[in-house]
Structures are given as C-alpha cells and as structure tokens.
Design a binder for this molecule. Structure first.
Ligand SMILES: Cc1ncc(COP(=O)(O)O)c(C=O)c1O
Length: 377
C-alpha cells in the first residue's frame, strides 16, 4: 500500500565509529569480558556520581541478582506492578519469592504508589517499581514509603536510561537501579544491562554472582564461596555501549523533540488517550497511545495489521502480566488489576527512535487517522 520504506517502531542508531570499535575488539584477540567492559563500567559510574556499576548480559540478570544481593528468596514478598515486561515478575519467581502486584495509576501508567502501603505485609522485603516508557515513578514518595517500612528498593529502570527525577538522573541516587541495554532501549549493547549499587561490598558480591561465584586471589589461586551464574557481558557488546553512551543525551533530546511533534500532530478527535505529556522527567523511550477500543469496529490486532499495510510498525508493550498462564496458575485472575488490564489491552507503541525525521511522525499520525477514522463507531 505504501511506497515509502517500512518504518519500524524502533531502530538502533549505530555509527561507523562504533562499528570500527567493535572491529578493533574482534581483532584484538580478547573478545569476552575485559578492558572495554571495565571502561564502560567506569563511564557509567562517573555518570552516576561515582556509585558502583557492574555490567551483565541482560537487565533480567541484573534484577535477579539485585534480589539475591538483598537476600530475597522463598517466603519473601516483593511488590511490583503487573503492567511491565514479564521479566519483572519472572525474576521474583526465579529467586523463589512471591510477587505481590499493585495496580497501575491511570495517569502515569506506573505503579499506583498510593496503593502500595496496603499491600505491605510482614513478609514484604522490597518494592520493585517500573518506569514504563521511560517515565520515572515518583522517587520522593517511593523512597518515603520504603524507608518508613524498612524495605529495599530495586528500581526496574530498564526503560529509563537518561530520565530524571527532581533534576537528578535516574541511577545517580536511590537504592539498587537496574538498567537495560537491549536493542530497543535508548542506548544499547545489543543485549545487556547494568546494576547501580550502593557499596563496594555489594559490587564484589555482584561480580561473584555474575560469574560462577569465583573470587580470584592476588597469588593466582581462586575460590568459590557463593553459587553464581554466567551473566557477564562481552567486550564486543561493551564497545557498542561506549559508542552509544557518548550519544545518549543527543538521542534523548531527539526523542523529546519527536514526542513533542506527536502531541502537535496527533488527531485528538480519534479518541485515543495519549501518554502523559511529560518533558521534565521522561526519556521518551516509547510513545504509546491507548486505542479507543470500545468505540472501534476493529481489534487492536486489526489496527496493527492495517498500520503494517501502510508501512508502519506498531508494537504492544505490554499486556498486564498477571493474566499470563504462569501467573494465573499462581492464583492471579482477570479483573484483579483493572487499570493495568485496561491499559494493557489498549496500548500500542508507535514509531519513536532518534533517526526518525519529523515527517515520519506526520506520516504515522496520518496513517493512524486513516486507519481509525473509518473504524470508529
Ligand atoms: C520494564 C522492563 N524490565 C525488564 C526488562 C528486561 O530487560 P532485558 O531484556 O535487558 O533483560 C525489560 C526489557 O524490555 C523491560 O522493559
């Protein structure tokens, strides 16, 4: 239908300098964890005011090991929101703990902090908030609740690299902060992630957890005193991350400008609910309207197919996870978290990535109108 090139909902921007840096690593003879990883960890730590930062091969691994750092396991409860990538819930189950879901706030689409205290029991050990689409959860209120109840906070900041709260960058303050460098994120290492920690002791334990529990002594001997896994990042990936980190602020500025254009150009008469127009805190990881499903003669799948026929990729991030079979089998049920369910059923991710032109936003808005207008009842 469209003669223009396909516009995906996201696409990484990797420059020639970064591609050359990857080539250099590949030619160097040392391609796994090494100097490039240490360089990226140091650069991230400098960005976060000197806090210890360690890399891993996914944010899922970072979250799971963050739970382990807190000593969270069977019998413990972790409070989070069901409106997230399923990784957030899976890691709680992986360590043998119990996820306790709190519904989303319809305004922010993040965890409803006003409902968190009612979910705290004597088994609660941590809150794991998620900054959906890169819009940070209110850190003042979050940390007030956590400190009043003596809880750890594991920030699932997978999507909020470069976002801010009260003038401070996410990662530069707080308790444990997990960030993703998956290919879709605002900066990427292809796959990868990191955990920002509080102390060198936490970082030392994290290093063991990410690589078989091994500790190497100065005399060349080694020991293993905890059970660790295999989650280290490679220097090939870190070389990409170093190239991306240099451009992150420019990427995020471009995302802001494209998001502003969406607000200018989006036809409000179609009845979609636009995301919060936040240009102070968010890193604009995604631009996600909610479809007016109750007024549409087509389904969300039909909308996505019709947009694809017009050369435009649309994603779904995410359905509310408590309705997945894994969680239903644990006793969660439909209707339990109505806000997360409503958003999860209607949400669509429209194209937003730094290499987009302003005219691409206009093209998306025109296509949304062309698909929705005739489908509205
Ligand atoms: C909210 C959230 N949490 C966790 C993750 C897991 O990140 P990774 O894919 O790096 O394991 C993602 C990735 O999409 C995410 O969006």
């Amino acid at each position: 239908m469209s003669t223009l090139p396909f516009l995906p909902f996201t696409r990484p921007s990797i420059d020639e300098e970064t591609i050359a840096a990857v080539g250099e690593v590949l030619r160097s003879g040392w391609i796994t964890t090494g100097p490039r990883c240490r360089e990226l960890e140091a650069a991230l730590s400098a960005r976060y005011g000197g806090r210890p930062v360690r890399l891993v091969n996914s944010a899922t691994a970072a979250l799971e090991m963050a739970l382990q750092l807190c000593g969270i396991g069977p019998g413990d409860e972790v409070i989070t929101c069901p409106l997230s990538w399923v990784a957030t819930g899976n890691v709680i189950l992986q360590v043998g703990a119990t996820p306790v879901f709190v519904d989303a706030d319809p305004a922010t689409r993040n965890i409803d902090l006003g409902a968190v205290e009612a979910a705290i029991t004597r088994h609660t050990r941590a809150i794991m908030p998620v900054d959906l689409a890169g819009l940070p959860v209110d850190r003042d209120l979050l940390y007030r609740i956590a400190s009043q109840h003596g809880l750890r906070v594991i920030e699932d900041a997978a999507q909020s690299m470069g976002a801010h709260w009260a003038g401070r960058e996410i990662g530069s303050f707080g308790d444990l902060v997990s960030i993703s460098f998956h290919a879709n994120k605002n900066m990427t290492t292809t796959e990868g992630g990191c955990l920002v920690m509080n102390t060198d002791a936490e970082a030392a334990l994290f290093e063991k957890l990410r690589l078989q529990g091994v500790v190497r002594h100065a005399d060349g001997t080694m020991d293993v005193d905890v059970l660790g896994g295999k989650s280290n990042l490679t220097d090939v990936a870190a070389a990409i991350g170093l190239g991306q980190l240099k451009r992150l602020d420019a990427f995020n500025a471009r995302r802001h400008s494209l998001a502003r254009r969406y607000f200018e150009r989006f036809d409000r008469s179609l009845g979609c609910e636009l995301p919060p127009a936040d240009f102070t805190h968010s890193n604009w990881h995604m631009f996600q309207p909610l479809l007016p499903l109750d007024r549409m003669s087509i389904t969300r799948g039909g909308f996505i197919d019709a947009m694809k026929a017009r050369g435009i990729g649309v994603g779904v991030h995410y359905p509310a996870m408590h309705r997945f079979k894994l969680f239903r089998d644990l006793g969660f049920r439909d209707g339990q978290f109505p806000v997360a369910e409503r958003i999860g059923d209607r949400i669509v991710t429209l194209p937003l990535f730094p290499a987009m032109e302003d005219s691409d936003v206009d093209r998306v808005c025109d296509a949304v109108r062309a698909v929705l207008e005739p489908a509205l009842r």
